[in-house]
Design a protein around this ligand. Sequence first.
Ligand SMILES: [Zn+2]
Length: 278
Amino acid sequence: MPELPEIEAHAERLTDLFGGAELEKFTALSFTALKTFSPDPAEAVGSALGTVGRRGKFLLMPFGEVTFVVHLMQGGRLVVDEKQSLKPRFGLARWRFADGRALLLTEAGKERKAGIWVVSGDPVEQEPVDHLGVEADAVGRDELADLLASKNMRLHGWLRDQHYLAGLGRMLANEICHRAKLSPFAMTAKLTPDEIDRLHVAIGACIRDALGHERTLDAMSKSADRPGAVHRRKGQACPVCGDDIRAVEYSAYEVDYCPTCQTGGKILADNTTSKFLK
Ligand SMILES: [Zn+2]
């Protein structure tokens, strides 16, 4: 799933490409695409696209008073619609501009989870982004400490929970734990001040690195092509110490880590009663 850096760079690309273009027509191509009934998306017609923003993993596309809030989920992509065919493959919605160009929201696969919310006024105060936590790239060290103390759970799951920090997903959670030399299963309320310092630095550094890479690209990267140290690198050598990267595998994702760098050599198992968990 695209995370904060990919969404941020994509927002910048969309602003460069379509900022200032006047909306001529919005069309929902799939009945699952539009998550709101009011306001009518037609209220945005005649307004120009402002600076595309981001909140967590959501894109914010403002047209005057109306904002389209877009979540790409796993397979959604917001791309230049070159063909503008009647029934585009995987098409969920289209924004057609007065200059003849168009943007298309597509979603490959069968999941149909990507969505668009149309809101009037400040989008940050409204569904679906009003419940999101602090932006992960803006959280202060002490603020992070307070948030970690507020809920005692495994660090990897905590980093992915959008109520505490917004914008991180499976890849950054893996990379941040590795960069901070912390076990992905470390309990959040038990972290020491030194560990919280390392975590804070790692969050900033991992986001900065990923955003720097993403900004060099013309289109959003595929997750397999994103540079990293541990994410989906099970069996490969840790770039820091050379140990084998290990994985705890779940049905939908894996927690990847380096035992030497992160767990004092311990192998993690997904068993909440395991004595190996810390
Ligand atoms: Zn290592």
